[in-house]
Design a protein around this ligand. Structure first.
Ligand SMILES: Cc1ncc(C[n+]2csc(CCOP(=O)(O)OP(=O)(O)O)c2C)c(N)n1
Ligand SMILES: [Mg+2]
Length: 330
């Protein structure tokens, strides 16, 4: 018998179905992007596959009307949960003028959308961390009750920006949630070659904040950890470091061939813990995700993905002169 673990987190059956639908939507958009890339239609893909549970579980634990997110390039699940649409993500993949992230200027994965408080990031990894700390400080100065949520890979947690941001946030007890999405690789470099500590979350000790490692394949575990961290932040008790452990199910990007540095048996083994399959089986065992609900959900998602693809493919590119804008003051 599967135990109901979501009711005690104050999540209704509708909430968990909505979490699952968001995870599945992210996966289906991502899969479509790979096909479009291999068909020569879009230049680049950087995947969320394997990390949807961590992303969606975390986003659902935040106040999606007030909090700020500073996602990293894999966070399609976070931005979908915060209101970005499939169509907008496809416009970005096709680098079209209407792409809300950058009008087709940036590579895909540089999410930014003011109305949904999704703060754009730069290509150097982890530069979003000090920005999240600054926004939390601004929120406090303006007496707002917001928290900021910032993510980064485990490889990126070696970058100076992480350490400077974590230290400042802890000293000033700012409401920042640092979430490391540990997918066990930084491009070709496995975890053991990146860091000498057992857990990224142990780094919290050095800054004087709570740190916790959770199963990133379980959206409910991530939800609980992020909810606790958000509550602490809003109470004025400062930041938290969460490490969500998962596995990168795709190559690093559409330009990477992971067969050159990892055994494909290892990938096949990790696929047994695919967060989408695991959460689906949890919901099916509780009879929340029935066959008919699942059928309707998949149809709804595939219609969105198809419409988004068709719209974005047909949409116009920006005028070439547009590239000269926003560089110098006019
Ligand atoms: C400062 C900086 N150094 C190097 C790179 C090149 N780079 C892009 S992604 C990446 C790997 C990051 O690995 P990790 O932080 O574990 O994130 P993951 O891609 O595994 O999600 C590197 C080295 C970069 N973008 N920025
Ligand atoms: Mg990584």
């Amino acid at each position: 018998m599967t135990e109901n673990r979501h009711s005690s987190l104050n999540l209704t059956n509708e909430d968990v179905l909505s979490m699952y639908e968001t995870m599945l939507l992210a996966r289906k958009i991502d899969e479509r992007m790979w096909l479009l890339n291999r068909a020569g239609k879009i230049p680049f893909v950087i995947s969320c596959q394997g990390q949807e549970a961590a992303q969606v579980g975390a986003a659902f634990a935040l106040n999606r009307k007030e909090d700020y997110v500073l996602p990293y390039y894999r966070d399609m699940g976070v931005v979908l949960a915060f209101g970005m649409t499939a169509k907008e993500l496809m416009l970005s993949a096709f680098a079209k003028a209407e792409d809300p992230n950058s009008g087709g200027r940036q590579m895909p994965g540089h999410f930014g959308q003011k109305k949904n408080r999704i703060v754009t990031g730069s290509s150097p990894v982890t530069t979003q961390v000090p920005h999240a700390v600054g926004i939390a400080l601004a929120g406090r100065m303006e007496k707002k009750n917001l928290v900021t949520f910032v993510t980064f890979g485990e490889g990126s947690s070696n970058q100076g920006d992480f350490h400077e941001g974590a230290n400042f946030a802890a000293v000033h007890k700012l409401p920042v949630i640092f979430m490391c999405e540990n997918n066990k690789y930084a491009i070709s470099v496995p975890y053991e070659m990146q860091v000498a500590c057992d857990k990224i979350s142990d780094r919290a000790i050095g800054y004087g904040m709570p740190g916790e490692t959770v199963d990133g394949n379980d959206p409910l575990e991530v939800f609980r950890a992020v909810k606790d961290a958000a509550d602490r932040g809003r109470r004025g008790e400062g930041p938290t470091l969460i490490e969500a452990i998962s596995y990168r199910l795709t190559p690093h990007s559409s330009d990477d061939d992971d067969r050159s540095y990892r055994e494909q048996d290892e990938v096949a083994e990790a696929k047994k813990n695919d967060p989408i399959l695991k959460f689906a089986s949890y919901l099916k065992n509780l009879n929340i995700l029935t066959d008919s609900i699942e059928k309707e959900m998949v149809e709804r998602i595939m219609q969105l993905v198809n419409e988004a693809t068709e719209y974005a493919e047909a949409a116009p590119y920006a005028d070439p002169e547009h590239a000269l804008k926003y560089v110098y003051a006019e």
